[in-house]
Design a protein around this ligand. Structure first.
Ligand SMILES: O=P(O)(O)OC[C@H]1O[C@H](OP(=O)(O)OP(=O)(O)O)[C@H](O)[C@@H]1O
Ligand SMILES: O=C(O)c1cc(=O)[nH]c(=O)[nH]1
Length: 223
């Protein structure tokens, strides 16, 4: 376990890098992959285009998980895949990814994460670290954990660059959960969203706003 001053230093460095690339968005109306809504968004796409920054962030994450005696890393595609691969490189370990190949439905913005490409065989009997870029409701990590366990892997922990403040290790179904920084911005289920009630337009440039509006239209057409 990294000591507290190292963790505080890593959080400060992470926050500074995310502010520099304008990845921390607030005071708007976003739709998340879980279907929840919120006023903030961690724009990981602004991080991933700068490989020096990805390298620095994943060096910090690697330092935070080095003691876990992991044998292989696994992330949900797409953001988790990128962070899992770069972190694995820093640790000198292999990495695989889970992906959602089922199409989006009018009820769900995406399908479930499962293994393809024979990657299930690479986690069988191994100590696995599940890695995501941002953990919000934890749905993506939980589905990835379930895929690893179904394949006979042992999940030792989950790790992320950014924790949105909504879930803990128990909620992720993992023994330990480590992250570099917390960005705790309000979010709600779609039904309880005060921004919807106030008529604030959904942001369609970032996050999943456009898919949400398309699905709404589809439901109206199906009714
Ligand atoms: O904790 P959760 O509620 O599951 O939310 C977090 C997930 O949402 C994002 O993925 P997203 O589907 O937005 O995009 P991506 O395909 O670019 O990773 C992010 O990369 C995490 O995987
Ligand atoms: O819940 C999500 O989908 C999510 C939230 C967030 O802040 N950033 C992100 O990339 N995904």
């Amino acid at each position: 376990m990294p000591d507290q001053s190292d963790a505080a230093q890593a959080a400060a460095e992470t926050q500074q890098m995310l502010v520099e690339c304008r990845a921390l968005l607030a005071d708007d109306h976003f739709v998340y992959i879980s279907g929840d809504h919120g006023s903030g968004w961690v724009d990981k796409d602004a991080i991933f285009v700068d490989l020096q920054r990805v390298r620095q962030l994943t060096q910090l994450l690697a330092a935070a998980v080095r003691d876990l005696k992991t044998e292989i890393l696994c992330g949900p595609a797409t953001g988790g895949l990128i962070v899992a691969q770069w972190t694995a490189y820093e640790l000198g370990l292999p990495a695989v990814f889970a992906e959602h190949t089922q199409p989006r439905t009018s009820q769900q913005l995406r399908g479930e994460f499962t293994f393809h490409r024979g990657y299930d065989r690479l986690v069988t009997g191994r100590r696995v670290l599940v890695v995501d870029d941002v953990v919000n409701t934890g749905l993506s990590v939980r589905q990835t954990v379930a895929a690893v366990q179904a394949a006979g892997g042992e999940v030792v922990a989950a790790a992320a660059l950014v924790h949105r403040g909504n879930v803990d290790a128990a909620g992720l179904s993992v023994p330990e959960y480590r992250y570099l920084m917390e960005y705790d911005i309000p979010d709600w289920t779609a039904a309880e969203c005060p921004l919807c009630r106030a008529g604030v337009p959904v942001n369609t440039r970032y996050a999943h706003g456009q898919d949400y509006l398309d699905a709404q239209q589809q439901r109206a057409a199906d009714a």
